[in-house]
Unconditional design. Structure first.
Length: 318
C-alpha cells in the first residue's frame, strides 16, 4: 500500500522504516544535506533518470523507482519534486508497493489565502531541520515587510513578532529599530483603513494602526478585533534577548541616510537589496549584510541556494 503523509515531525519521529529521498535534484540535495546534519540515516535516492547501477548523487546511491519493488516491510519516501502527483502515479503504475508498505511524505502545506488547499513548499519543509540546528531560542524577527513571517516558516517555528504580515515605511521603520523597547511595548491605536500600492497601479485598502508615531499596515488581517488580538499576542511572545531586524527594499527603494542609520544598529540586522550588493554615500561604503528578500518567498527554491540563513542566525552575535 502507498500512503500519503504531510506531518513532517510524525514522519521522522513516529513512523518506522528505512528512508529514501525521491528526486536526485536540487531539493533532494538539500534534504539529504539536512538529514546528514541532523544525524538521520537514509538509504539513498530514488530517481527515474537512473539507468546504470551504482549511480551516485551527493555521494549517496541513486536507485530507479523499480528498486522499491524489491523491498519489504515499511519504507519511508520523501517526495521532493514539485510534481508530486506525477511521482505518486509512477509509483503506483510500477507497483512500488508490491512487497512493502510505502509511506510517502509530501512537503505540502496549507496555502495562505486558501487554508483548505495545500501547496508545495520545500522551504517550509526544510524548516523542520533548520529549527533542530538553530542555536538557542527562536529570535523575534522585526521586518518592514512580510519577511518576518517567512522567517518563522523557514524555522518551522511559532511566530513571535508583531510585525508579521505587515508593511512599515522606511522612515517609521528606522524609528522602531532605533528604540524597539519603546515602540513594541505600545498597544495598537487609531486603527484605520490605508491605501497601499502593492505593485505599480495595484492599489487597495488595508487596515493600519499606530504605535506612538509609527504607522503599521497589515496586509492579511481584515478584521479590526482580530488585528488588536494578534498584536497583543505577538507582543507577549517577543524574545527580547534575540531581536533580529530585516529591512527590505521590496516595497520601495531605501534612501542612503536610512540605510546608513540602519547599518549602525547594535543588534543583529540585515539589509536585503533586490538589485545591489552594497550602498555608497560619497566614497564611503555602508557596512551591511546583503541578500534578496525575494529569496524568502520562493516556496519551490531552498533559500540555501542564495543565502545561508541558518548560518547567519547561528554565527552572528545578538
Amino acid at each position: 500500500m502507498i500512503s500519503i503523509k504531510y506531518n513532517t515531525a510524525d514522519f521522522f519521529e513516529k513512523e518506522k522504516g528505512d528512508i529514501y529521498i525521491y528526486g536526485a535534484a536540487n531539493a533532494g540535495y538539500w534534504v539529504a544535506y539536512y538529514l546528514n546534519k541532523c544525524g538521520i540515516k537514509f538509504e539513498g535516492f530514488i530517481d527515474k533518470a537512473v539507468i546504470h547501477s551504482g549511480a551516485l548523487f551527493a555521494k549517496s546511491a541513486v536507485y530507479a523507482p523499480c528498486h522499491l519493488q524489491s523491498l519489504y516491510g515499511t519504507i519511508r519516501v520523501i517526495i521532493t519534486p514539485e510534481n508530486s502527483d506525477s511521482v505518486i502515479a509512477d509509483m503506483i503504475r510500477l507497483q512500488c508497493d508490491k512487497n512493502a508498505d510505502v509511506v510517502c511524505l509530501l512537503p505540502h502545506y496549507p496555502l495562505h489565502h486558501k487554508p483548505n488547499e495545500k501547496g508545495y513548499n520545500i522551504n517550509r519543509f526544510l524548516g523542520y531541520f533548520r529549527r533542530k540546528l538553530l542555536k538557542g531560542t527562536v529570535p523575534t524577527f522585526i521586518s518592514n515587510d512580510c519577511t518576518a513571517g517567512k522567517c518563522y516558516e523557514m524555522l518551522d517555528a511559532i511566530p513571535s513578532s508583531p510585525t508579521i504580515n505587515s508593511i512599515i515605511f522606511q522612515e517609521d521603520y528606522i524609528k522602531l529599530c532605533s528604540n524597539p523597547e519603546h515602540y513594541l511595548r505600545q498597544n495598537l491605536s487609531d486603527i484605520h483603513w490605508a491605501v497601499f500600492n502593492v505593485l505599480a497601479n495595484n492599489r487597495h485598502e488595508v487596515p493600519a494602526g499606530i504605535i506612538d508615531d509609527v504607522e503599521i499596515l497589515f496586509v492579511y488581517t481584515w478584521d479590526y478585533e482580530k488585528l488588536e488580538k494578534q498584536w497583543k499576542l505577538m507582543k507577549e511572545r517577543i524574545n527580547w534577548e534575540k531581536l533580529v531586524f530585516i529591512m527590505s527594499d521590496a516595497t520601495g527603494a531605501i534612501s542612503f541616510p536610512v540605510a546608513e542609520e540602519f547599518s549602525k544598529l547594535k543588534r543583529k540586522h540585515i539589509l536585503m537589496l533586490k538589485d545591489r550588493a552594497s550602498l555608497y554615500i560619497g566614497q564611503k561604503k555602508i557596512d551591511i549584510h546583503f541578500g534578496n528578500s525575494g529569496f524568502f518567498f520562493m516556496n519551490n527554491d531552498p533559500i540555501e541556494n542564495h543565502f545561508d540563513f541558518l548560518g547567519w542566525l547561528n554565527d552572528v552575535e545578538y
